[in-house]
Design a protein around this ligand. Structure first.
Ligand code: ADP
Ligand code: MG
Length: 386
């Protein structure tokens, strides 16, 4: 049985009705970290790991949800006049349903079984895949055509306002709008996208460090506060109107460096230089200049490590290990940080050796068994045959 057949069989066993199935992918971000909530640029790709659901509508307003990954089940009622976060996994689903309702979508109750291959808390965005697939399923079951950009915005709103994680739009956007064979360069202010083809001479290789440090969510939100503080301190001194760090160039920041506390300055420097790196990276890929793209990935990692301080010892180790392997163009941490995964751009013929050498060297250095795998960009959310 395929994974989806097994899921739909398990659904029938549990709920006794015939489901429809849907999928939404996790993602890897090639470059542009923490720039999304600064109205800046990012370049993610949807990957093979995905959240799948089997789901059937109900006649009432109850939503019953089971996760095959954790074995947990939960239930909520769409008619509840005052839904409160429970501070557990159900908040992602409850929040998404709530934002759909607040946006005016007439969704109804449903039985849903979730099975996700996106590793949880590994920087590959299991949470966005979960939100996007739930939103897509609830809309589809109600016979509503899905606007995938709107769906991404509502998933982000759920995570911001209901879960309490102040993430940007990147994860939900790429899970909802991924393109086969392409990364997407996204302007997170206008939500305009440019498809960036991945050169066939290279592969995107993800290495999951298998470590995730506590308090990552709190640190994430703190970084947002630093960026907002930077904008508030710089705005009065600048001639042009600035709304976000997106509007600040590296030159402007250097000229007004004295206005900022040292740490805030470094946080802002990561964002303003990262935005430039994303734009340059898109140019490099368009010209087939993999070496230039890789050098920008390397620079991005140093900026995350030293200026934004969102890396950790294990991730730095993985990046160091990757960089000295033959055929590697560049390597960096990917995702929110404090553990999770790295992404490397590797010459196609070198991938096999890269994968085993990286695993071995990382195990020797840390005692952790990294999962290392090459991925190909996938399509965004959609229906699946059950
Ligand atoms: P990630 O980097 O994977 O997005 P997050 O901390 O943002 O990490 O989200 C992980 C959380 O999302 C989990 O702690 C859980 O609450 C929820 N989640 C994601 N996938 C599943 C799943 N398959 N089953 C249950 N909960 C899930
Ligand atoms: Mg997440």
């Amino acid at each position: 049985m395929s994974g989806t057949e097994e899921l739909s069989a398990a659904f029938r066993g549990r709920f006794g009705t015939e489901p429809a199935c849907y999928r939404a992918p996790g993602r890897v971000n090639l470059i542009g970290e923490h720039t999304d909530y600064n109205d800046g640029f990012v370049m993610p790709a949807a990957i093979e790991y995905e959240a799948r659901v089997a789901a059937a509508p109900r006649r009432d307003t109850r939503v019953r949800l089971v996760s095959r990954n954790t074995g947990d089940s939960t239930e909520f009622d769409l008619a509840d006049p005052d839904p409160r976060p429970r501070k557990d996994w159900s908040d992602y689903a409850r929040g998404t349903a709530l934002m759909l309702e607040r946006a005016g979508y007439a969704i109804s109750g449903a039985d849903i079984m979730l099975d996700s291959s996106v590793p949880i808390g590994s920087g590959l965005s299991s949470s966005a895949a979960f939100e996007v697939v739930i939103g897509y399923a609830l809309l589809s079951l109600a016979g509503i055509a899905v606007d995938t950009v709107e769906l991404a915005k509502l998933g982000q709103k759920a995570e911001n306002e209901f879960v309490g994680m102040r993430c940007g739009i990147m994860d939900q956007f790429i899970s909802a709008n991924g393109a086969v064979g392409h990364a997407l360069m996204i302007d997170c202010r206008s939500l305009e996208t440019r498809k960036v083809p991945i050169d066939s001479r290279a592969r995107i290789v993800v290495a999951n460090s298998m470590v995730h440090h506590a308090h990552a969510g709190g640190e994430y939100n703190k970084r947002r506060v630093s960026c907002e503080q930077g904008v508030a301190l710089l705005a009065p001194a600048l001639e042009t109107d600035i709304k976000a760090l997106r509007d600040v160039t590296p030159e402007m920041l250097e000229a007004h460096k004295a206005l900022l506390p040292e740490e805030t300055y470094r946080r802002c420097r990561h964002i303003v230089t990262e935005n430039v790196r994303v734009l340059n990276a898109a140019e490099a890929l368009a010209k087939g200049n993999l070496g230039a793209f890789g050098a920008l990935m390397d620079a991005s990692h140093l900026s995350m490590r030293d200026d934004y301080e969102i890396s950790c010892a294990e991730i730095d180790r993985l990046v160091e290990i990757a960089r000295v392997q033959p055929g590697v163009f560049g390597s960096r941490m990917t995702g929110g940080g404090f553990g999770g995964s790295t992404v490397s751009l590797v010459a196609a013929e070198a991938v096999e050796d890269f994968t085993s050498a990286t695993r071995d060297a990382y195990f020797a250095a840390t005692g952790h068994r990294a999962e290392v795998f090459a991925c190909s960009p996938q399509a965004g959310v959609g229906p699946l045959a059950c």
